[in-house]
Design a protein around this ligand. Sequence first.
Ligand code: NAI
Length: 325
Amino acid sequence: TRTPVNVTVTGAAGQIGYALLFRIASGHLLGPDVPVNLRLLEITPALKAAEGTAMELDDCAFPLLKGITITDDAKTAFDGVNVALLVGARPRTKGMERGDLLEANGGIFKPQGEAINAGAADDVKVLVVGNPANTNALIAQQHAPDVPRERFTAMTRLDHNRALSQLAKKLGVAVTDIQNMTIWGNHSATQYPDLFHAKVGDKTAAEAVNDQAWLENDFIPTVAKRGAAIIEARGASSAASAANAAIDHVYDWVNGTEWTSMAIPSDGSYGVPEGIISSFPVRTSGGSYEIIQGLEIDEFSRARIDASVAELVEERDAVKGLGLI
Ligand code: NAI
């Protein structure tokens, strides 16, 4: 029998945690025959709620779920961790400046990076979901110098999946008819969902759409501002769809895929400054990934990628200025 994989979820008592844990335990994160141990990390006041979720996990009698640990101690949570899902973060509240937000999140992701550095398994893979996800991933990575830096990733898969759905609707095709979708840049309103490399049959998605005004004025802003539209409609931020995207991100990283979007440390490809955690088109195989190379970037795409990357550089400089990295 296989040794269980240790999966740590931070912010486990939050709304994404609630949508995520049951799918991990039922085999959707890693595969239908991979047993898992769950480690739930929460802040002390939320431990009781995490215990309630653990009771429900018990009540599902999931065959693959071999153990649950609930803790408010990062060292305990990340000891021996194979897959770390960093969901818990400090949201921006009224009157909070960007500096305050980055500082508050530095206070979360620095100690978590240190704990991952101290105790994680050799094959650890980290996905940061908590916002600002790209920069939080950078902070954690910078405090885990013994972990290969490419193991720190941030989530743009929800944006990727949103782009697939919007495009499929526009063209009246199935999402499975679309290949090679890419989100570039930051998981923020500056992100760039790229229809010039996405394919529908033997055409690019941009050719299939053949409507530059829709692409610029409808598609890109709809994808980029979808999070706000969900809050407006639901009265709460995306949770099940975010959990689903986290599952997709890790599943594809572990099990391989020809083309997806992940925010990863740049190696300088496509003019993105080295070290910035930015979203790229990637191919995954055997538990590792590589940036898909050789795509031609026209002027329209270049300007949008540059704008999003500039925002990431600003965030990096801001956390540097605050002494967080
Ligand atoms: P939530 O507020 O429902 O849950 C967050 C949980 O994190 C809370 O239970 C809180 O107690 C916990 N937490 C706070 N500090 C912690 C720490 N130091 N250690 C462990 N746990 C801690 O929020 P929700 O809706 O679950 O969202 C979580 C994060 O995911 C937010 O930052 C949100 O902005 C982000 N998000 C990212 C998306 C993406 O596409 N990258 C999409 C949707 C949400």
